[in-house]
Ligand binder design. Sequence first.
Ligand SMILES: *Cc1c(COP(=O)(O)O)cnc(C)c1O
Length: 405
Amino acid sequence: MTTEAVASEAAQTAINAVEAHAAHNYRPLPVVLARGEGAWVWDADGRKYLDMLAGYSALNFGHRHPRLVAAAEAQLGRLTLTSRAFHNDLLGVFATELAALCGMDAILPMNTGAEAVETALKMARKWGYQRKGIPAGLAEIIVMGGNFHGRTTTIVGFSDDEGSRDGFGPFTPGFVRVEYGDAAALAVAITKNTAAVLLEPIQGEGGVIIPPEGYLRAVRDLCTRNNILMLADEIQSGLGRTGRTFACDHEDVVPDAYILGKALGGGILPVSAVAARRDVMDVFRPGDHGSTFGGNPLACAVGIEVVRMLATDEYQERARVLGAVLEDCLAALPASRVSAFRIRGLWAGIDVIGRSGRSVCEGLMRRGVLAKDTHGSTIRLAPPLVIERAELAWAVDQLAAELEA
Ligand SMILES: *Cc1c(COP(=O)(O)O)cnc(C)c1O
């Protein structure tokens, strides 16, 4: 199935309108999608593509999963938004079931990932002052080199990616950055004013960077011994992607809070949350924090279904089994074109040689495979967990052909 990537007139019109009237804060591949089902999407001209990005893991269950669409449609006929000024009849169910999936006591629902990260940062600072006794205004939060936690001014302020930061200062103080994967560097950075350590158990935007074995356990241990909250940003790594419910599970580590988003909304709407123990979550009092849309009944209806789908381990198992298939396929890629690859579950970063990641992704698009480059020469593969084995192998065949072209 080779596809001719010359955009039709209709597609070009759609692209031109975006160029003319939307902000230029993205540089999408020149493909205009009009329909999706499972692991596949179709462009405005009816050409079919295998989606190997899955909305940066927001589409772990694929496009329009029937269970999720049914949950959303049923709720659309009942009640969609209440605000938190009133109760709705689904938030309690969502909170109960998501907290149970996380092995935590309580959740705080938000919408986007960045909002959930901000929520965890506020929670950690307040916990630091109220529970740990850090003097007012002095709380420090340790973050990692190469991190990606979203796009708010506070969050980009502690990024070390110049493109994300440049021109957006001045930034929020109170963050200290250490090298990712280096527990000794973390130990040195801890002070009596450290409230929390924020990290991705696997760095997604960083290029699917998997820390050395034992690192997450060492972070957990340092946090416990120094009375510091371990905040795990599992927005991209969590909810089945790596073959376990959370990437922290691979080291049997339980953080003090999980930060969740992306797949929590089932690929339908933005749903995010922080999950934590009651003693930590209880630093929030009425009026402290909130969101007009957070915990809305439509989000809860979809989120409940997502949690129920994850509760059976079916999707985590798919990620484990298919991840092994993907690993074998990647190992067979030509060594002259691939300098390294990293994989955990159905999530891989492939460093290509001699080509920009962008040009490889453009070539893949012409071959009917959609993927996204990161950090110049890394191709990230994160297909929907509903993908079939043969489809996965076909996608890697296309990558091999493109790399050899
Ligand atoms: C995507 C992502 C975010 C931000 O989520 P948004 O919904 O885009 O705000 C935060 N952390 C990680 C690890 C992510 O992958």
